[in-house]
Design a protein around this ligand. Structure first.
Ligand code: C5J
Length: 222
């Protein structure tokens, strides 16, 4: 079965059985006060508008049997997988691994590392723990997609220009078609959000397509 999703630079036809929803890093560390995002000086409330549309697409994807994959950025408690360049970068109020109000910053197993309550993974939905910005880097995501015959990704999450863009570029080079749902993504910098989406769909869709939650819901008849 093929469905047609309105998108830019052009509509895209996709087979739901070969399409996965991937939700990037919707973690407390990025979306809630006291986490990694805020330690870097960001206004985390800027990411809030992405939650509700993301939830609607998540509900519809579950109802229609799409593969749903969640990712989390974070590191081992001993920081052995955290490059020094990343840990030491900038002048954050707290560094990766430091104790914060939601536990150690950006560390697996801590409360801040959890996915926000509104988007909690359902039993059986794969969660990819990634040490980098891209979801393919040092993870088994590609193997998982290949084993399930996935060729198209609906991409949601934060932040648009960092982990969403990096993952889309990695996926594009591996031959996956990425449809980024703009209203389901967010950035601490509105101008970077817009630029991040523009870069994906420019030049005839050099990295992929940009669409919206509404267009996907319409297409799958939700
Ligand atoms: C960042 C991410 N922004 N998930 N991570 O450091 O985009």
């Amino acid at each position: 079965m093929q469905i047609l999703v309105d998108a830019e630079p052009a509509p895209i036809s996709l087979d739901p059985a070969r399409t996965a929803l991937i939700i990037i890093d919707m973690q407390r560390d990025f979306l809630e006060p006291g986490g990694f995002g805020e330690t870097l000086g960001n206004d985390v409330s800027r990411l809030t508008p992405a939650i509700a549309p993301c939830r609607r697409v998540l509900d519809a994807s579950r109802a229609h049997g799409l593969l749903v994959i969640h990712t989390r950025e974070g590191h081992r408690p001993d920081l052995s997988d955290a490059p020094l360049a990343k840990v030491q970068r900038g002048l954050p109020s707290l560094r990766i691994g430091d104790p914060g109000p939601m536990g150690r910053i950006l560390i697996r197993g801590e409360a801040g590392h959890d996915i926000i309550a509104a988007l909690t993974p359902a039993p059986g939905e794969p969660v990819i723990d990634k040490p980098g910005k891209g979801a393919f880097y040092q993870t088994d995501l590609e193997l998982m997609l290949r084993n399930r015959g996935i060729d198209t990704l609906l991409v949601c999450g934060v932040t648009t220009e960092v982990c969403v863009n990096t993952t889309v570029r990695e996926a594009n080079d591996r031959g996956y078609r990425c449809v980024v749902l703009g209203d389901c993504c967010g950035s601490y910098f509105p101008e970077f959000h817009e630029a991040g989406l523009a870069m994906i769909k420019a030049q005839g869709g050099i990295f992929g397509w940009v669409s919206s939650s509404q267009a996907v819901l319409r297409a799958i008849g939700a």
